[in-house]
Design a protein around this ligand. Sequence first.
Ligand code: T46
Length: 139
Amino acid sequence: MSTTLNQATRLIDFTVRGDERGSLVALESGSDTIPFDVKRVYYIYGTQADVTRGKHAHYALKQVLTCVSGSCDILLDDGKERKTVRLNTPKKGLFIDGFIWREMSNFSPDCVLLVLASEHYDEADYVRDYQRFLTEASR
Ligand code: T46
Protein backbone atom coordinates (compact mmCIF):
# COMPACT_ATOMS: atom_id res chain seq x y z
CA MET A 1 0.00 0.00 0.00
CA SER A 2 3.02 2.24 0.58
CA THR A 3 3.38 5.12 -1.87
CA THR A 4 5.10 8.49 -1.69
CA LEU A 5 3.85 11.99 -2.42
CA ASN A 6 6.43 12.37 -5.19
CA GLN A 7 5.29 9.16 -6.90
CA ALA A 8 1.58 9.72 -6.50
CA THR A 9 0.92 13.44 -6.91
CA ARG A 10 1.93 16.09 -9.41
CA LEU A 11 0.82 19.43 -10.78
CA ILE A 12 -0.13 19.36 -14.45
CA ASP A 13 0.06 22.42 -16.71
CA PHE A 14 -2.99 22.52 -18.95
CA THR A 15 -2.72 23.83 -22.51
CA VAL A 16 -4.61 27.12 -22.70
CA ARG A 17 -6.00 28.14 -26.07
CA GLY A 18 -6.48 31.87 -25.71
CA ASP A 19 -7.39 34.62 -28.13
CA GLU A 20 -9.20 37.95 -28.04
CA ARG A 21 -12.40 36.08 -27.08
CA GLY A 22 -10.92 34.61 -23.90
CA SER A 23 -9.42 31.25 -22.96
CA LEU A 24 -10.32 27.61 -23.51
CA VAL A 25 -8.87 24.56 -21.75
CA ALA A 26 -9.70 21.09 -23.09
CA LEU A 27 -9.25 18.07 -20.80
CA GLU A 28 -9.09 14.75 -22.65
CA SER A 29 -8.93 11.25 -21.21
CA GLY A 30 -5.75 9.33 -21.85
CA SER A 31 -3.65 12.40 -22.66
CA ASP A 32 -0.71 13.71 -20.62
CA THR A 33 -3.24 16.10 -19.09
CA ILE A 34 -5.66 13.46 -17.83
CA PRO A 35 -3.71 10.18 -17.52
CA PHE A 36 -6.76 7.91 -17.09
CA ASP A 37 -10.20 7.33 -18.58
CA VAL A 38 -12.67 9.70 -16.95
CA LYS A 39 -15.74 7.92 -15.58
CA ARG A 40 -17.06 10.68 -13.33
CA VAL A 41 -16.97 14.46 -13.00
CA TYR A 42 -18.06 16.40 -9.93
CA TYR A 43 -17.55 19.89 -8.61
CA ILE A 44 -17.55 21.51 -5.20
CA TYR A 45 -18.63 25.09 -4.57
CA GLY A 46 -20.13 27.23 -1.82
CA THR A 47 -17.76 25.88 0.86
CA GLN A 48 -17.00 28.37 3.64
CA ALA A 49 -13.37 29.40 4.23
CA ASP A 50 -13.28 27.81 7.71
CA VAL A 51 -14.52 24.40 6.50
CA THR A 52 -12.24 21.43 5.78
CA ARG A 53 -13.46 18.77 3.34
CA GLY A 54 -11.98 15.48 2.24
CA LYS A 55 -10.16 13.87 5.20
CA HIS A 56 -9.88 10.53 3.48
CA ALA A 57 -7.74 8.41 1.17
CA HIS A 58 -8.73 6.24 -1.78
CA TYR A 59 -7.53 2.72 -2.57
CA ALA A 60 -7.94 2.79 -6.36
CA LEU A 61 -9.24 6.18 -7.46
CA LYS A 62 -7.18 8.50 -9.64
CA GLN A 63 -8.27 12.12 -9.84
CA VAL A 64 -7.34 15.48 -11.33
CA LEU A 65 -8.49 18.51 -9.31
CA THR A 66 -8.60 22.04 -10.66
CA CYS A 67 -10.07 25.31 -9.47
CA VAL A 68 -11.96 26.58 -12.50
CA SER A 69 -12.79 29.61 -10.34
CA GLY A 70 -11.24 30.94 -7.13
CA SER A 71 -8.81 29.01 -4.97
CA CYS A 72 -8.40 26.43 -2.23
CA ASP A 73 -5.62 24.48 -0.50
CA ILE A 74 -5.12 20.72 -0.88
CA LEU A 75 -3.22 19.01 1.92
CA LEU A 76 -1.59 15.76 0.77
CA ASP A 77 -0.25 13.12 3.18
CA ASP A 78 1.40 9.79 2.34
CA GLY A 79 1.63 8.71 5.98
CA LYS A 80 5.22 9.98 6.36
CA GLU A 81 5.25 13.37 4.73
CA ARG A 82 2.71 16.15 4.25
CA LYS A 83 2.57 19.02 1.80
CA THR A 84 -0.02 21.60 0.86
CA VAL A 85 -0.70 22.57 -2.74
CA ARG A 86 -2.57 25.79 -3.45
CA LEU A 87 -4.91 25.58 -6.43
CA ASN A 88 -5.64 29.08 -7.72
CA THR A 89 -5.75 28.90 -11.50
CA PRO A 90 -7.78 27.02 -14.13
CA LYS A 91 -4.48 26.58 -16.00
CA LYS A 92 -3.22 23.82 -13.67
CA GLY A 93 -4.55 20.56 -12.30
CA LEU A 94 -3.43 18.40 -9.39
CA PHE A 95 -3.15 14.69 -10.23
CA ILE A 96 -3.59 12.37 -7.25
CA ASP A 97 -2.96 8.66 -7.61
CA GLY A 98 -2.33 6.00 -5.00
CA PHE A 99 -3.05 5.83 -1.31
CA ILE A 100 -2.82 9.51 -0.33
CA TRP A 101 -4.75 11.23 2.47
CA ARG A 102 -6.22 14.54 1.23
CA GLU A 103 -7.91 17.51 2.88
CA MET A 104 -9.32 20.57 1.13
CA SER A 105 -9.52 23.89 2.98
CA ASN A 106 -9.20 27.66 2.74
CA PHE A 107 -11.85 27.90 0.02
CA SER A 108 -12.34 31.35 -1.50
CA PRO A 109 -15.98 32.48 -1.77
CA ASP A 110 -15.87 32.08 -5.57
CA CYS A 111 -14.13 28.68 -5.52
CA VAL A 112 -15.42 26.02 -7.90
CA LEU A 113 -13.27 22.90 -7.48
CA LEU A 114 -13.74 20.64 -10.49
CA VAL A 115 -12.71 16.98 -10.14
CA LEU A 116 -12.25 14.41 -12.90
CA ALA A 117 -12.24 10.86 -11.55
CA SER A 118 -11.19 7.48 -12.93
CA GLU A 119 -13.99 5.48 -11.27
CA HIS A 120 -17.65 5.73 -10.46
CA TYR A 121 -18.52 6.72 -6.90
CA ASP A 122 -17.84 3.84 -4.50
CA GLU A 123 -17.85 4.39 -0.73
CA ALA A 124 -15.89 1.11 -0.32
CA ASP A 125 -12.92 2.82 -2.00
CA TYR A 126 -12.66 5.39 0.83
CA VAL A 127 -10.60 5.21 4.02
CA ARG A 128 -12.08 7.92 6.24
CA ASP A 129 -10.32 7.00 9.50
CA TYR A 130 -6.86 8.58 9.81
CA GLN A 131 -5.42 5.91 12.16
CA ARG A 132 -6.51 3.19 9.77
CA PHE A 133 -4.94 5.17 6.92
CA LEU A 134 -1.61 5.36 8.80
CA THR A 135 -1.68 1.63 9.51
CA GLU A 136 -2.43 0.70 5.92
CA ALA A 137 0.00 3.29 4.48
CA SER A 138 2.89 1.79 6.48
CA ARG A 139 2.44 -1.70 4.99
C1 T46 B 1 -12.29 13.49 -2.99
C2 T46 B 1 -12.43 14.95 -2.73
C3 T46 B 1 -11.47 15.79 -3.52
C4 T46 B 1 -21.71 11.07 -4.22
O1 T46 B 1 -22.86 10.62 -4.06
N1 T46 B 1 -21.10 10.94 -5.42
C5 T46 B 1 -19.84 11.43 -5.66
O2 T46 B 1 -19.32 11.28 -6.78
C6 T46 B 1 -19.16 12.10 -4.60
C7 T46 B 1 -17.77 12.65 -4.82
C8 T46 B 1 -19.80 12.22 -3.39
N2 T46 B 1 -21.04 11.71 -3.21
C9 T46 B 1 -21.70 11.90 -1.91
C10 T46 B 1 -21.05 11.24 -0.72
C11 T46 B 1 -21.42 12.17 0.42
O3 T46 B 1 -22.70 11.83 0.92
O4 T46 B 1 -21.71 13.30 -1.64
C12 T46 B 1 -21.53 13.54 -0.26
C13 T46 B 1 -20.31 14.42 -0.01
O5 T46 B 1 -19.13 13.67 -0.34
P1 T46 B 1 -17.78 13.77 0.50
O6 T46 B 1 -18.10 14.07 1.92
O7 T46 B 1 -16.97 12.53 0.23
O8 T46 B 1 -17.10 15.04 -0.20
P2 T46 B 1 -15.64 15.63 0.02
O9 T46 B 1 -15.67 17.00 -0.53
O10 T46 B 1 -15.19 15.47 1.43
O11 T46 B 1 -14.67 14.70 -0.89
C14 T46 B 1 -14.82 14.70 -2.30
C15 T46 B 1 -14.78 13.27 -2.85
O12 T46 B 1 -15.75 12.46 -2.15
C16 T46 B 1 -13.44 12.61 -2.72
O13 T46 B 1 -13.38 11.45 -3.54
O14 T46 B 1 -11.18 13.02 -3.29
O15 T46 B 1 -13.77 15.44 -2.91
